[in-house]
Design a binder for this molecule. Structure first.
Ligand code: BGC
Length: 413
């Protein structure tokens, strides 16, 4: 039986806004409730994980997983500029303590897409003070939580706005975005509503790379002694014919952030699918290839390709901080996990320092503008009762975790 290196992390991930519920002080809550909105539905109670975290962490541990990746919410911790909430910080101390009580390593994301309303009202990441404010929030949080944290990332997918600029086969209704943003500005009495996913991708990059490096230092100098990294959105970018567009895309979307990750303690790789890049445009799914609920190609091999690309740019350890599939057919999730993990093992065999695999997601949750329809969870959540139901894929994944086992290459469903 082949196994992963000892000490390999086996985990599942969530993000505060997607699972906690009632993140009412966040910028995204505002966007969900204006008219028109891009959001298919509002997040509301989400998975009520803010109150049910202890049960959820117990369930994660009972599957055999040893790592829980989750985010802390800036909008709760600093509800008004310069006003920090001790109650919110204490809440996250209890979440961290619950991980340790269950033998689970916590990996904390300091920023997963959502910001406080007041931050949006000052123009978000495009305001010159944004970096200072973010670093101070990280410092304050790490001071309070640091001695219970095992791994941290500053940002989740800070390169996503750049990636979205290049994806030419997704049609974003531009008029709705503009009207949503102006309604949101009105709702919070601001001139401009500055939001991570709607900002100017280049200005964001120029503000967020230095903010990441400074936050890394601030977190490192607080109590605790744990690695601090950054998680990036990565696709397997496959050139169809001429390579130049693909190479330009990678140079712009991934390389500057990989350079920043290389100056950190680790890189988090987050991969869902591949992308076929033509001479001038992304070509979209290849006819005949199975699609997921996100209309992504079912392409678990993308993960290995991204690990290989990342390894040409960084020499720090790599953790897969997200990988998963939106599907209501749980057998396809099992197959996806199986093939993705075989790819991870191949990468390790060829000398790439991959130290863990964290699946997205622990729970069926709020998938941003798509609402609750896409099902990424290892565990389903009854939207009426909040009852958790463990899926077969969770048991399959948990069994691999318990034995640290590489899935059988020959097995098929
Ligand atoms: C994000 C998650 C999201 C997942 C699935 C990643 O881009 O970090 O918040 O739910 O992909 O789309």
């Amino acid at each position: 039986m082949q196994t992963f290196p000892s000490g390999f992390l086996w985990g599942a991930a969530t993000a505060a806004h997607q699972v906690e519920g009632n993140n009412v002080n966040s910028d995204l809550w505002v966007l969900e409730h204006v008219e028109p909105t891009l959001f298919a539905e509002p997040s509301l109670d989400a998975c009520d994980h803010y109150h049910r975290y202890a049960d959820d962490i117990r369930l994660l541990a009972s599957l055999g997983l040893n790592t829980y990746r989750f985010s802390i919410e800036w909008a709760r911790i600093e509800p008004e500029r310069n006003r920090f909430s001790l109650a919110a910080l204490d809440h996250y101390r209890r979440v961290l303590a619950a991980c340790h009580e269950n033998g689970v390593s916590p990996m904390v994301t300091f920023y997963h897409f959502s910001s406080p309303r007041w931050f949006a009202a000052m123009g978000g990441w495009e305001n010159r003070a944004a970096g200072d404010l973010f670093v101070r929030y990280c410092e304050r949080s790490a001071q309070h939580l640091g001695n219970l944290i095992d791994f941290a990332t500053t940002f989740n997918e800070p390169n996503l706005p750049l990636l979205l600029r290049w994806i030419s086969n997704i049609q974003i209704p531009f008029l709705t975005v503009t009207r949503m943003q102006s309604q949101a500005s009105r709702a919070i009495g601001a001139k401009r509503f500055g939001c991570f996913l709607l900002g100017d991708a280049y200005k964001l990059r120029d503000a967020m790379i230095p903010a990441h490096l400074r936050a890394r230092d601030a977190i490192r100098s607080a109590p605790g002694n744990y690695p601090v990294g950054v998680s990036l959105a990565m696709q397997d970018e496959q050139a169809v014919g001429e390579r130049s567009k693909r190479d330009r895309k990678c140079a712009e979307v991934y390389d500057p952030w990989l350079e920043a990750a290389g100056k950190s303690d680790f890189l988090g790789v987050q991969t869902y699918t591949r992308c076929r890049v033509g001479k001038n445009v992304d070509l979209g799914p290849e006819p005949g290839v199975e699609l997921t609920q996100m209309d992504y190609e079912f392409w678990p091999e993308a993960l290995e390709a991204c690990l290989r690309y990342a390894a040409t740019r960084v020499s720090v350890p790599i953790y897969i901080t997200e990988n998963g599939i939106a599907t209501s057919d749980d057998d396809r999730r099992i197959e996806y996990i199986r093939r993705a993990l075989v790819g991870v093992f191949n990468a390790i065999e060829s000398g790439i320092d991959v130290r863990g695999y964290i699946h997205w997601s622990l729970l069926d949750n709020f998938e941003w503008i798509f609402g609750y329809r896409p099902r990424f969870g290892l565990i389903s959540v009854d939207r009426q009762t909040q009852e958790r139901i463990v899926k077969s894929s969770a048991r399959y994944f948990g069994e691999l975790a318990q034995t640290n086992r590489v899935p059988d290459l020959a097995a098929f469903l």
